[in-house]
Design a protein around this ligand. Structure first.
Ligand SMILES: Cc1cc2nc3c(=O)[nH]c(=O)nc-3n(C[C@H](O)[C@H](O)[C@H](O)COP(=O)(O)OP(=O)(O)OC[C@H]3O[C@@H](n4cnc5c(N)ncnc54)[C@H](O)[C@@H]3O)c2cc1C
Length: 326
């Protein structure tokens, strides 16, 4: 799945309503757009022109945002016109993961577009991308909360990284460097005692906890991660097997770094997880693994040019609009 697969044809739509055109009649739908960067701005304007109500949530203050010269002056003018007409409502100083929760946005709006740029995908990079196909509709709220956990800023005080790869060790070390006080690397077997990974973990004061397999994440009454429950493992006949003993490790966040090839037997918390590096994973219509949540711009494909990020925003808006009216 890739956002770079440009499956949406905008040409017919552009004739009907470009960003300077007259807005379509109201659809009665409301979409949250997070991030007033290139992708978010384009998405918000286009959604509003299509007749949808838009609430734009931006981490910066309005003053800070206006200090940044617009990539496209006419787009900034369209945006201000939409705001004046009440078609776009702006909430500044609202930072997803800090004073804004994805689960709430999901409840308040018919759809959510994430255009948070590189800043948050850096955090997502620590935790792996949103796992495609992991959650079914019945687990929707849990899934949204899981993505909130991934976006949560600042760095959690107590974290668990699950995995034994070099990437997992690097992730644990980076969490420590970013200020996490207590980071545990949990793995089903032991790290090679004289290997480079062990050296890095020790140098960064990462606690290594071998011979445990994750079973479930326990949450407090507010849904925040509290503890991870593990089954103890051991080696038997050259294979790692469960012992039937259990243990729990307290944590504010859990980062899974079990790699693309990992199946349920390696990581029971994330059956079928796929991981594609430092970005939110989306399909060709900018849909994340979570129903009703879309993403585009640098947070799905880092180091885009501004024109590409803008196109993401426009295409995502069209996809969201089509899905809402389907
Ligand atoms: C140094 C530099 C130079 C560049 N030069 C060029 C160039 O010359 N030409 C070119 O075409 N491209 C250039 N680019 C690339 C271009 O800037 C990006 O493609 C484009 O900005 C990506 O748009 P975006 O909307 O995805 O992210 P951004 O434009 O980064 O917007 C993200 C928005 O989300 C907000 N945000 C972030 N986190 C949160 C959160 N948790 N909650 C709420 N809001 C949040 C941010 O405040 C920001 O407003 C450059 C990029 C960089 C870093």
């Amino acid at each position: 799945m890739s956002a770079t697969t440009e499956v949406l044809d905008l040409s017919a739509f552009d004739q009907h309503a470009g960003n300077a055109g007259e807005p379509a009649p109201p659809t009665g739908r409301q979409v949250a757009v997070v991030g007033a960067g290139v992708a978010g701005m384009a998405c918000a304007i286009r959604l509003a022109l299509l007749g949808n109500g838009v609430v734009l949530y931006e981490a910066r203050s309005r003053e800070r945002m206006l200090e940044t010269p617009p990539a496209d002056l006419s787009e900034r003018e369209s945006f201000e016109r939409m705001v004046a007409q009440g078609r776009i409502r702006c909430e500044y100083g609202r930072k997803l993961g800090l004073n804004l929760a994805l689960a709430d946005l999901h409840l308040w709006h018919d759809a959510v577009f994430l255009g948070v740029g590189l800043a948050s995908s850096r955090v997502l990079a620590l935790s792996g991308s949103a796992p495609a196909g992991l959650f079914d509709a019945g687990q929707r709220v849990a899934a949204v909360q899981a993505l909130d956990d991934l976006l949560a800023l600042p760095v959690p005080q107590r974290a668990i990284v699950i995995g034994a790869s070099r990437g997992a060790v690097g992730m644990a070390a980076r969490l420590k460097q970013l200020g996490a006080q207590d980071v545990t690397l949990a793995l089903r077997h032991a790290l090679a005692p004289d290997g480079r990974e062990e050296e890095v973990a020790r140098a960064c004061f990462v606690r290594v906890r071998g011979w445990v397999a994750p079973l479930e994440v326990l949450r407090d009454e507010r849904g925040a991660v509290e503890t991870v429950r593990f089954e103890q493992t051991r080696m038997l006949g050259g294979r790692v097997v469960d012992t039937g003993g259990f243990t729990e490790i307290a944590a504010h966040a859990v980062f899974k770094a079990v790699g693309r090839a990992a199946g349920p037997e390696l990581d029971p918390l994330v059956p079928g997880q796929s991981r594609e590096g430092d970005r939110i994973e989306v399909d060709g219509r900018f849909r994340t693994a979570l129903p009703g949540i879309y993403a585009g711009g640098d947070c799905v494909a880092p180091r885009l040019e501004a024109t590409q990020a803008r196109r993401h925003g426009l295409q995502a808006a069209q996809a969201i609009h089509a899905d809402l009216l389907a």
